[in-house]
Structure formats: C-alpha cells, structure tokens
Design a protein around this ligand. Structure first.
Ligand code: PRP
Ligand code: MG
Length: 170
C-alpha cells in the first residue's frame, strides 16, 4: 500500500512559503487508513505500551484506533481549559508566544508504559512538551510515533525517546 499517495501537500498554508502535509485523504480512504493503523501497530507493539496517549487534536485521530488495535487504553493530552478535574499542565514556546497543554492527574498510573501519538512531527515542540507533561504524572514514556515526519526540521533531535514514523519528507 502506497500510503504517501494519500497525503496531500498544500502550498502556502497556513502561511506563505509553508507546504502543509494534509493527512485528511489518508483518513478518508478506508483501506489505506486501515493499512496505516496496522503498520503503526507493528511499529509500536514492541515498545509494549500499557496506554497510548494522543495529542489534541489530530493525535486523537491516530491514537484512538491504534489503542483499539493494540487492545490498550487511550488517554488525551488536551489544549488548556478543556479537561475537568485535577490536572497537570505544561507550557512551551511557540514561534510567537507560548501554549499550554494539560492531562488529568490520574490519567496514567505512575510507572505505566506509554507511547505518545501525533499525526505529524515537525519541529518536535509539541511532542517534547507532551512527553514532559506525561513524566510529571509519573508515566514511563517509551516512544513517540507519527504518521508523517518532516525530517528537514530535525524534530526527532528534541525527543529523548525512540521516534517512529510511517512516512518521511525532506
Ligand atoms: C500540528 C500537528 C502536530 C504539531 C507538529 O498540530 O498536528 O501536533 O502541529 O508541530 P511541531 O512538531 O512543530 O510541534 P496543531 O498545533 O496545528 O493543531 P491540531 O492538531 O489541533 O490541528
Ligand atoms: Mg496537532
């Protein structure tokens, strides 16, 4: 299955000069989407996760079906202000300003093995922040996994866990 044929490059989004890699056609194609989740399952399974974490919002699309495939639980890392109850937060720098993500304080039991999912690895800032956040609640983060990696941005150099991706662009 040629998964890359289901990724669409859209020039000048969200800003002039940026080529946006859109995963929507992959999700919209039943057999290709199933193949992508099955391939990610093979890559993630050796890390023996107890729980998968998805990063809002596109990470949810990947982590939830993968958790079902692997037969493990699914936990949400959300943008601030969305989760009820006791939470832990982590702020990180963006190109302009900062952003904050949150997780429920008891979402992962201390020492549980976690693999974190997102659709795309660009600069790595989002994933690095999610890993820091999860460690605050005691998670044992074993790997980060993505559909797409923009290798020229060297995001994996920001991550101190193995980085798994199905498709790379440089
Ligand atoms: C995009 C993408 C990743 C992140 C990658 O999310 O889904 O989460 O950016 O960029 P980075 O590696 O440079 O941090 P975005 O913040 O656009 O939000 P969304 O998932 O809600 O669409
Ligand atoms: Mg995202």
């Amino acid at each position: 299955m040629d998964l890359k044929s289901h990724i669409r490059g859209i020039p000048d989004f969200p800003k002039p000069g940026i080529l946006f890699y859109d995963v929507s056609p992959l999700l919209a194609h039943g057999p290709a989407w199933k193949a992508a989740i099955d391939q990610l399952a093979e890559a993630v399974r050796p890390h023996k996760p107890d729980v998968l974490v998805g990063i809002e919002s596109r990470g949810f699309l990947v982590a939830a079906p993968l958790a079902l495939t692997l037969g493990v639980g699914f936990v949400m890392v959300r943008k601030h202000g969305k989760l009820p109850g006791d939470k832990v937060k982590h702020s990180y720098d963006l190109e302009y300003g900062t952003d904050t993500i949150e997780v429920q304080a008891n979402a992962v039991a201390p020492g549980q093995r976690v693999v974190v999912l997102d659709d795309l690895l660009a600069t790595g800032g989002t994933m690095a922040a999610a890993i820091s956040l999860l460690r605050q609640i005691g998670a044992d983060v074993r790997a980060a996994a993505f559909l797409v990696e923009l290798t020229f941005l060297k995001g994996r150099e920001k991550l101190d866990v193995p980085s798994l991706s199905l498709m790379a662009y440089d």
